[in-house]
Write a protein that binds this ligand. Structure first.
Ligand code: SF4
Length: 141
């Protein structure tokens, strides 16, 4: 089987003060939530599940996403993410998403808005794949 193009690992680090992945960039417009995200965010905001879903999310078929009424995430504050400890798995695993790892070209295109691509420590193929698999894309009931 052909090895992943990133078999030697990929360099990435969050750049201090950067919020670019919390602002829409065309096809990066949605933060999908998994069932665990809904539970964690609702607990963090001291809301019950139903209140959280009705205040902060929209549904698309069986999937639930954070509302994006503005170009930036509704949880983005002046100093960054206001729900950082409880942030969704999609945010935790950025930029190691299946769609971003399809090809070296796709990865390099991310650098147009993400200054951390190609910077900082190298992440091994194994660690990258753990992050890719962390997004189960399970529907929220
Ligand atoms: S939840 Fe937090 S980390 Fe995720 S997009 Fe919104 S502000 Fe950014």
């Amino acid at each position: 089987m052909k090895d992943a193009w990133y078999a030697e690992g990929l360099r990435f680090t969050c750049v201090e003060g950067c919020i670019d992945c919390c602002i829409t960039h065309g096809d990066h417009a949605y933060v999908y939530l998994e069932p665990d995200d809904v539970r964690r965010l609702a607990d963090h905001l001291e809301l019950n599940r139903r209140e959280f879903l009705s205040r902060y999310t929209v549904r698309e078929d069986e999937y639930v996403m954070l509302r994006m009424d503005e170009p930036e995430c509704l949880f983005l504050g002046e100093d960054g993410c206001t729900v950082y400890e409880a942030r969704p798995i999609q945010c935790r695993t950025f930029p190691f998403w299946e769609e971003n790892l399809k090809s070296r070209v796709r990865w390099k295109q991310l650098a147009r808005f993400c200054p951390g691509i190609g910077q900082g420590p190298s992440h091994s193929r194994e660690l990258i794949q753990i992050q890719v698999q962390a997004r189960s894309r399970t529907a929220v009931e």
